[in-house]
Write a protein that binds this ligand. Structure first.
Ligand SMILES: *Cc1c(COP(=O)(O)O)cnc(C)c1O
Length: 569
């Protein structure tokens, strides 16, 4: 490519100026740092990695989860068991000498900080600060705030949000960042930071900090938003903050973090075009924007394909739009690279789970948080029909964790494993333990088809399907989130169910969706895979060429600069 890429610019890595402070409760930077639970953390990690690649003056602020989210095991009967995911943060992160104090529930708490440095492709670095309250001098209740991501009760959660939001700002000040232009709230968890900005600046009205806050909402249903009763706020927050808060949400009202973040931000967005519509309706604000999520392509494309893309496309790590040229890659080269990724996956699964998955069988992957709305068990609604369609022609690999307190999620995993047992002599189905970034990358790189069948409109965006598409793995998915924008029937994959208007988004019918899934498998996916290899390969290339140039975090971040950070860099 003759187009200049970032490689040809030199970015001064020593430049200390930072303008955007990105706050997130979870972040997925590497598989051996279990500080994330799912898509929200993956998006945060990919965003910060793109910032480093693009030389964007950004900083990440998050929490140090000492016991991670959790480590998952699944017993013989198909029930999830949890263990602490203890990790060696002392060797992964660098302790800084900085600290801050915050008063929480009447006690003064010390917060210290660990740094992880993301080194971008040009050498530019983006620091991520992990806040730590597990210090000998803190009371036990404060030390415990750092144990588990999303692990505690309401009280613990609010205290954690004080640490992240208010503590985060104070730590930044102690490190020397005194004049941030933009505070980007990745979900509402850090919204209390706005109260600290108001206090710091001595404002008597909250609209003035509006010009500094940007809020990305990720939750498409009202019930999904954190809400704290007023009594709890009174117990946890310092009276100064409580006073400001009352000025914003009214006295005695519960605190809804989404509404608070919305009120305090100059720019608010949903994470796909459809989710933008949902958010506009939910928050009754026509100004809410939409910036469709993306992925950090170098993190999620399999090495065999990366090598091919280096040869055939070039410069894609800096300029993902170069991926339009994927359409010209010779068929046999794509097929060969995909086979390498697929063999690696099957070998891993066969060795680890003593299974006999076959490289020439159509392999379908399904991995995501085991939340009920994701309907991991939809495939098994009609076992007879599934066997009729797929015996000897299909094999499935599942993965996903249920939140430790989510009984329904655990039952969902159990049901999938029961369904798997029923079909196993004709259709092998393996449920992998411990879904994490590595397993995610292996699955989205090495399956043939990526299945996603959530209840609309619950999938605000979804990103695993983007990982699949960018690896030439075809999506078979409900039309929700990013897939509404990324699908072209029979070209980048296949849709399940209708393309609903906003008004109809919430009407779905499990059995109709299951029927449509079977119908697509029987009449489209299976015949194309086994009888029309040319079309399949063409679809793989189309999928890469149409999805990768757009559904990446480089493009996404450039949109945030244009619409959210406008004039602040
Ligand atoms: C990509 C990824 C996710 C997010 O994928 P969704 O499509 O949003 O479910 C969650 N967990 C892991 C480990 C991932 O790699």
């Amino acid at each position: 490519m003759d187009k200049p890429t970032l490689e040809s610019f030199s970015v001064d890595a020593s430049q200390p100026k930072r303008s955007v402070f990105y706050f997130t409760m979870e972040v997925a930077l590497r598989s051996d740092m279990p500080t994330y639970s799912g898509g929200l953390g993956v998006l945060a990690g990919d965003t910060l990695k793109s910032a480093a690649d693009l030389g964007m003056p950004m900083v990440g602020v998050t929490m140090l989860w000492r016991n991670g989210y959790f480590k998952q095991e699944i017993d013989e009967e198909g029930w999830q068991k949890e263990e602490n995911a203890i990790w060696d943060y002392r060797n992964k992160l660098r302790k800084l000498p900085n600290y801050a104090r915050v008063k929480i529930a009447g006690k003064s708490i010390r917060i210290e900080v660990w740094e992880y440095e993301i080194v971008g492709r040009t050498g530019y670095t983006v620091p991520v600060y992990f806040l730590d309250t597990n210090l000998p001098e803190n009371p036990k209740s404060a030390r415990d705030l750092n144990q588990y991501l999303y692990g505690g009760d309401e009280f613990t959660r609010l205290c954690q949000e004080v640490v992240l939001g208010i503590g985060g700002i104070r730590i930044l000040r102690d490190i020397g960042f005194n004049n941030g232009q933009v505070y980007h709230l990745n979900e509402g968890h850090a919204s209390l930071l706005a109260l600290e900005l108001i206090r710091e600046r001595g404002y008597n009205s909250y609209d003035k900090i509006k010009k500094n806050c940007v809020f990305t909402t990720h939750t498409p249903v009202a019930a999904g938003h954190d809400e704290f009763p007023f009594e709890l706020l009174k117990k946890v927050l310092h009276p100064i903050y409580l006073e400001h808060l009352e000025g914003i949400i009214g006295q005695g009202h519960p605190l809804n973090l989404t509404r608070l973040s919305h009120k305090l931000s100059r720019y608010v967005n949903g994470v796909s075009q459809m989710h933008g519509k949902v958010a506009r309706e939910m928050l009754d604000d026509p100004e809410i924007g939409a910036i469709t999520n993306g992925i950090h392509l170098p993190t999620w494309i399999h090495p065999a394909l990366q090598e091919l893309f280096d040869e055939e496309i070039g410069g894609w790590q800096f300029e993902p739009s170069n991926f339009v040229h994927a359409i010209k890659i010779p068929d046999e080269k794509i097929t060969r690279a995909h086979s390498a990724a697929k063999n690696e996956l099957l070998q891993y699964v066969n060795q680890t789970y003593k299974t006999d998955l076959k490289p020439d069988v159509l392999t379908i992957g399904f991995a995501r948080r085991a939340a009920t709305y994701k309907r991991a068990d939809l495939l098994f609604r009609d076992i007879e029909r599934l066997l009729e369609i797929g015996a000897g022609k299909l094999q499935f690999i599942y993965a996903g964790k249920a939140h430790p307190k989510d009984k329904d999620g655990k039952e969902l995993i159990h049901r999938v494993i029961q369904g798997a047992k029923e079909v196993s002599s004709d259709i092998p189905v393996v449920y992998l333990e411990e879904y994490n970034m590595d397993i995610g990358a292996m699955l989205t790189g090495g399956c043939d088809v990526w299945l996603n069948n959530p209840r609309r409109p619950r999938e605000a965006s979804g990103t695993s399907g983007m990982k699949a598409s960018s690896n030439g793995v075809l999506n078979l998915s409900i039309l929700d989130g990013w897939w509404i924008e990324g699908y072209l029937e029979g070209k980048t994959g296949w849709a399940i169910g209708p393309n609903a208007e906003l008004a109809d988004m919430e009407s779905y019918d499990d059995s109709k969706d299951a029927d449509d899934l079977y119908e697509k498998l029987e009449n489209q996916v299976i015949p194309t895979f086994y009888e029309d290899q040319t079309k399949w390969t063409e679809m793989m290339k189309t999928s890469i060429a149409l999805v990768a140039p757009y559904f990446n975090t480089h493009r996404m971040l450039r949109e945030y600069v244009e619409y959210g950070y406008r004039g602040s860099l």
